[in-house]
Design a protein around this ligand. Sequence first.
Ligand code: GLU
Length: 469
Amino acid sequence: MSDIRLRFAPSPTGYLHVGGARTALFNWLLAHKLGGTFILRIEDTDVARSTEESVNAILEGMQWLGLEWDEGPFFQSDLFPVYREYVQKLLEEGKAYRCYCTAEELEKKRELAMAQGGKPKYDGTCRDLSEEIPGKPYVIRFRAPAVGVTAFDDLVKGQISFNNEELDDLIIQRSDGTPIYNFTVVIDDATMKVSTVIRGDDHLSNTPRQILLYEALGFPVPRFAHVPMILGSDKARLSKRHGATSVMAYRDMGYLPEAMINYLVRLGWSHGDDEIFSREELVDKFTLEGIGKSAGVFNPDKLLWLNAHYIKNGDPARLAQLLLPFLRERGVEPAANAPDLDGVIITLQERARTMLELADGALFYYQSEVVYDEQAAAKQLTAAQLPNLVSFAKQLATGGDMTPAGIEILFKEFCVTQGIKMGQIGPSVRVALCGVTTSPAIYDVIAVLGKDETIRRLERAIDFITARA
Ligand code: GLU
């Protein structure tokens, strides 16, 4: 293992968002590329907003995407004693102080500062108190330098600098004794020896505050890579009103994890004009230099296109595993004697864009009584077609080669002996077997159903026509 250590540090206040998943992916990829370690840390210090349900949703999303972590999940809520120790250290060294200002006082000062056209910054009332005030609630603030510049070389954005003057005396511990994100993140990244922090650029303005804390605590400062946010089609930050933003919602809509991974990585990273990347290729090609400076726009059509690509080229056995829950939702339990699911998938994967389409498309194979589409039946299952269907069923019963190629020959010979065109038998057989006129190639369908089941379905269609006549 190299000393490259990366982490994903979600706050468990909701599901795994596509933006969070992309951050996790970038960290995972770099760790794998460089032989480093990928850490998962759950930032649940905000006890009121953190839920176990959300933790589970995040873990489930990561697992579904195949973003396994090497260490963790660590929970910040388990580390409160550690944070308290470091707060104590800063207090003792005079680098932090107790602030007794009440929320109302602070609000008044803020309003006053705004009215005077100044920045709403803590005015330092309690900065130099010489005595503790017993019994009065307090927060703990970091004594930030009032002058100077805090600069860092961001691996995505380049040189960034902030005037310390603009930075507040940050609260690091609330009056109830719980620590604040900007503090815990520093303690954890330092003690977990994180070498590079890759995260969304919504955290960019936190970084100088965190750097000042690293310095005050005597910790080495990690490198930072701030990745631009994901935007919706209207260039506003991606949110629910643009459509689903939860990774697991995409699973439920029939997306494959490999399509999601491929989509997310390209949303902010590029390698020439390439669009399709296997996971191995990503591990090989991923670099922070490939991350763009401008925000990616979420494009559902492209995600759908990628999904279709991965379904089309997917291993049928693997797709079958992923398809089972969708089939079960539709009341289908592919039994041992039903058509083999791998075979079914091979006939459908060319055209299905999502697992929902694949599941819907597979339904007719598993119906003991095919549901005829009314229009299709009205057109293709009529008395005029009856003689052809009867003869075809007979011919099929004598047929030997039940491969798609053999079935194609059988159809052709049938047309010649009957003096008809393919269009006079194919669509009727199709409706008899599948219930609809749009279906996979009919030779493939018959090969998958097998001779007996095909004949059974033809006979049922014949009965249907007879009963109607
Ligand atoms: N817990 C933070 C968040 O969910 C992540 C902080 C970080 O990556 O430094 O936004």
